[in-house]
Design a protein around this ligand. Structure first.
Ligand SMILES: *[C@@H]1O[C@H](CO)[C@@H](O)[C@H](O)[C@H]1NC(C)=O
Ligand SMILES: *[C@@H]1O[C@H](CO)[C@@H](O)[C@H](O)[C@H]1NC(C)=O
Ligand SMILES: *[C@@H]1O[C@H](CO)[C@@H](O)[C@H](O)[C@H]1NC(C)=O
Length: 535
């Protein structure tokens, strides 16, 4: 076995180009182009994986949209994450093999199987990005927002990657024979490095504050109770959220045929299908409206079994045997049952009215609330449709608005919006104006941390049991301290790069004087570095 065929070389070459024996001379064209493709696709898959991970907070959107379309409960988002993770690992491995090839001065011949797979990878990501842009465009602000939580770490990672790669760049630089190529490499490298080194100047994050200036922790509002710990919108779910010290119960109200307000999120075509056994109990009947059924009929439905069967949050395994039994027997609660629980624990209630007001839903709901005897100050009234009537009939209710314009118009000071519709600066400004801002739906720690640093008053969450345990945001850094950190990291990286540059120069000169390059096969000289333009 010649030294060219050491185990490491053969493996690298075999996995990248599928030439386990020494490659033939003829197929060497476009190798550098394909290396660039591998690099680009790897970066693309990394970005895509990042998008998947930050949109994980809103996975429920995707899954319930999938349910509305197919009437079949599948954890689509998990499928997406798994495919993306496999794709990303594959591309990164391919890139690593390519870099090894270069470091070992082997030739770069990408096998056509890899080319096809890369093509499918790009196709998959293009579909994904188009899909988000067309059907889920409100998710792009989330991706931007997430940068405020991750940018400082991405920058340090970028500096690390740059420092490692600089070894190859310097190799290319020293081996380039034409002055033009040298200048090109140098300029490209300096521009990229400067961008990565200096981008902290552009990083603004609400969490770059002194700990002493940190606003108080946002209150938690249980989104349909504690839907990760019990079936959503059931009494079990709301009782579980009481244990999280929630400030309010969030729910959805609809009215039955006999005008009893009950709690159910889905309406229109998917009504009752996702969260109850309506298909078995009322075979062949297709209900599309809350008034199709009387309260007695609604109570006969099981509203908990689906949770154990479909495990929407991959959390059912955390339930004890006793809790599973309890979940199995849950039924649809009435609004009155919830108000009693709220009254008992001094917890507020906030809800949507799911159906249009044709059947006088507002008046019936308001009178049910007033009859329950709950303190009016515990009711956060959200439905905008007949606000004036509600203000008159129940002046004690707290009026909550779903946009700033209406709130300012009517002189309110409670706002309830999706977390990505306000910038972190706007949240901070509203706080200074004594407006209490509630943001929905916040499930992930990074997002909660970011909103905490910005000064949100409360958040609606599926994961109250996770957020309850947080005593501090994931990270906060004083601005001065952060400046010191990134400048130090930059300087250390610069120092290492200088050392590498000098080292490469020595190696290069050494091989020049020894005339080693002459012994290398002809293709190797032309392929010393992918950063070299063709000469
Ligand atoms: C349910 O209610 C809607 C609207 O009131 C009505 O059009 C539909 O026929 C009803 N369906 C059943 C099965 O009663
Ligand atoms: C209920 O909670 C509010 C704050 O949310 C507090 O001001 C009030 O005193 C509490 N009432 C009782 C009876 O505990
Ligand atoms: C907000 O409330 C605080 C105390 O509750 C008060 O001192 C401050 O003036 C208020 N700010 C505005 C803009 O109303």
């Amino acid at each position: 076995m010649s030294p060219d065929d050491s185990c490491c070389r053969v493996c690298c070459r075999g996995l990248y180009s599928c030439y386990w024996r020494h490659p033939s001379e003829k197929k060497r064209r476009h190798a550098c182009c394909w290396f660039s493709v591998v690099t680009l696709v790897s970066l693309l898959t990394l970005c895509w994986m990042y998008i998947c991970l930050v949109t994980f907070n809103d996975r429920e959107d995707v899954n319930s949209k999938g349910f509305t379309l197919l009437k079949l409960w599948v954890n689509w988002f998990m499928v997406l994450i798994i495919i993306s993770a496999v794709l990303t690992s594959y591309c990164i491995l391919l890139l690593l093999f390519a870099l090894f090839q270069i470091a070992l001065r082997e030739r770069l011949d990408l096998h056509c199987l890899h080319k096809i797979l890369l093509f499918f990878g790009v196709l998959f990501i293009s579909f994904g990005v188009t899909g988000i842009s067309l059907r889920w465009e409100k998710e792009w602000p989330t991706v931007l927002l997430s940068l405020q939580a991750t940018a400082p770490f991405l920058q340090v990672g970028g500096v690390g990657a740059l420092t490692l790669l600089s070894w190859l760049v310097f190799q290319g630089f020293h081996r380039a024979r034409r002055v033009g190529s040298k200048i090109l490499i140098a300029v490209a490298f300096v521009v990229v490095s400067a961008a990565i080194f200096l981008c902290p100047l552009l990083i603004h994050s609400p969490c770059l504050i002194e700990l002493s200036e940190l606003p108080p922790k946002p209150n938690l509002i249980g989104h349909r109770g504690a839907p990760m710990l019990a079936p959503e919108n059931t009494m079990m779910s709301f009782r579980r959220s009481v244990a999280c010290n929630v400030m309010a119960f969030e729910t959805d109200v609809q009215l039955s045929k006999d005008r009893v307000p009950f709690l159910m999120h889905d309406h229109d075509s998917g009504f009752l299908m996702r969260t109850t056994d309506v298909k078995e109990k009322f075979q062949g009947q297709d209900f599309s409206h809350s008034t199709n059924l009387s309260w007695e009929e609604l109570q006969s439905l099981n509203a908990g079994d689906w949770f154990l069967k479909t495990d929407p949050f991959r959390s059912a395994s955390q339930l004890s045997a006793q809790e599973r039994e309890a979940a199995k027997t849950q039924t649809i609660p009435s609004l009155l049952q919830l108000l009693d629980l709220a009254k008992k624990h001094n917890i507020s209630v906030i809800f949507d009215l799911k159906n249009d007001n044709g059947g006088n839903d507002t008046a019936d709901t308001v009178s049910a609330i007033l009859r329950s005897g709950i303190a009016p100050g515990l009711v956060l009234w959200l439905p905008p449709a007949e606000r004036e009537y509600v203000m008159e009939a129940a002046p004690g209710f707290i009026q909550v608005y779903n946009n700033i314009f209406d709130m300012d118009e009517e002189g309110g000071n409670h706002l309830n919006v999706k977390y990505s519709t306000l910038s972190t600066t706007e949240i901070r400004e509203l706080r200074s104006k004594n407006v209490s801002v509630n943001l929905w739906v916040v499930n992930e720690r990074w997002l909660f941390s970011l909103l905490w640093c910005s000064g949100a008053g409360s958040v609606t969450t599926n994961a109250c049991h996770l957020l309850q345990d947080m005593n501090q945001p994931d990270w906060t850094l004083g601005p001065a301290k952060y400046r010191m950190i990134w400048i130090t990291v930059d300087l250390v990286s610069l120092l290492i790069m200088c050392t590498l540059f000098i080292l490469q120069r020595k190696i290069c000169c050494f091989s020049h004087t020894k005339g080693k390059e002459k012994q290398l096969p002809a293709w190797n000289q032309r392929e010393l570095s992918p950063f070299l333009p063709s000469e």
